[in-house]
Each structure stands twice: as C-alpha cells, then as structure tokens.
Design a protein around this ligand. Structure first.
Ligand code: FMN
Length: 214
C-alpha cells in the first residue's frame, strides 16, 4: 500500500503542508508506505495540448508525454494506491502549481470516446485537502462548495473516489500587524489555531488512516 502526498502550497511548514503530513502519518498508522512531494520544488508546466496521450497509434496513450519534473511524479501517482493532495485556496481556486499538476494528471486519462470513461486502468482513492481564509459558513454562498464538487466529479470520473477535506479560517501569517491585515481578527485566528486547527489535524490523520485501510 503506497500513498503519495502532494503539497500544492508554496509554503513548507504551514497549514496545508502540516495537514498533508498529518494525513500521511495516519496512513502510516493504517499500514501504508508514504512519500511527500512539494510541487513548488519542481519545475513544470500545465498541459501543452500536444495530444500525445490521446494518440491511438502511440505507446504513450493515456500517459502525459511532457518531459519535465512532473513526469516522474505522474508515474509515481499512477503506481500508488492512494493520494493525499492539498492546496491553499488562491482566488477561489487551487494554487497555480496544483492546477498545472491537475491539468496534466487528469487530462492524460480523459477520453473523448463514447465507449471508455477513463484511460486509467485502476481506481485510486484520494483525499483532497483545501485550506483557506474563508469561514465555514461562507463556503456555500461564495461558491466554494460548487468548486470543490467539480473536483469531486472530475476525480470520480477519471481517478477514483475523492474525499474532500476543508480547513477554514487558517492562520495566514505569524504577525498580522506587520502586514496591515486589519480586516482579520488576529486574536480570534490565533485562538482558532490553538483550538480548532489541532482538530483539523486529527481529522486529517484519521482521513489518512482510513485511506490506507481501503
Ligand atoms: C495569492 C493568495 C490568494 C488567496 N486567495 C484566497 C481565497 O480566494 N479564499 C480564501 O479563503 N483564502 C485565500 N487565501 C488565503 C490562503 O488560502 C490561506 O492562508 C491558506 O491556508 C494558506 O495555506 P498555507 O498556510 O499552506 O500556505 C489566499 C492567499 C494567497 C497568498
């Protein structure tokens, strides 16, 4: 049982990274071997629409042909039994590197044929961790839930069952005054970091443990 963690946050040691690590620790408890890859350590682009992965006459059918730092990761993910991917919300979406990863990861398995749903010959379960400033009760009215559901649909179609995991109102910086972030209540955020974030970590651990026991 191999589970790959993919950190789509540029910040190591912050919210997203911590939650992914917790999920991977849970996966180890569940009996898995794990590996964590930081997308921002890699140099890669999004899909370049070369269509090699769709060529019926090619040995590369179903596999991204772009040769950059993402290629070995895509191969590792395909060989894995589970994925823990995490991204901060940037402008209502995943980060640019997460998006570039997803473009290539998902597109290689997409078919435009009526007969076949996905070129991936197995199903890989995924835990998708989002972190953001957004309060829990804004997720629905601000359209975040619909966005997350889009990812759920995409994974369900091309990869396997997706479990969404959201950590809201995260601590964004250590010292809010230093950055003029007066629209946030720093004391409340710090309190939340002490009281709620550890519960998010526990949930992430449990999600990783459950993922490893599939
Ligand atoms: C460029 C940028 C855009 C952001 N946009 C959003 C947003 O649209 N919604 C939100 O809830 N948080 C937004 N945030 C806040 C981050 O999602 C939040 O601080 C997150 O937990 C950071 O993750 P990290 O600690 O792993 O880096 C944004 C942060 C940055 C730097």
């Amino acid at each position: 049982m191999k589970i790959i963690g993919i950190n789509g946050s540029p910040r190591k040691g912050w919210n997203t990274h911590i939650l992914i690590e917790q999920a991977l620790k849970g996966a180890v408890q569940g009996g898995a071997q794990t590996e964590l890859v930081n997308l921002y350590d890699l140099h890669f682009t999004g899909c370049i629409s070369c269509f090699t992965c769709k060529r019926q006459d090619s040995t590369g059918l179903g596999h991204c042909a772009v040769k950059d730092d993402l290629k070995p990761l895509l191969e590792k993910v395909e060989a894995a039994d589970g994925i823990v991917i995490g991204s901060p919300i940037y402008w209502g979406e995943v980060t640019a590197s997460t998006r570039a990863f997803l473009e290539r990861f998902l597109f290689q398995y997409l078919t435009y044929s009526k007969e076949q749903n996905s070129l991936l010959k197995k199903r890989i379960k995924t835990v998708f961790i989002f972190t953001g400033n957004v309060p829990e009760d804004h997720l629905e009215p601000m359209g975040y839930r619909a966005k997350f559901d889009d990812y759920k649909r995409l994974f369900d179609r091309f990869i396997g069952e997706l479990q969404l995991f959201i950590s809201t109102e995260t601590l964004q910086v250590d010292d809010y005054a230093k950055y003029g972030m007066t629209m946030f209540d720093e004391a409340a955020r710090k309190e939340r970091r002490k009281e709620v974030f550890p519960l998010d970590c526990k949930r992430a651990f449990e999600a990783g443990d459950a993922l490893a026991r599939i």
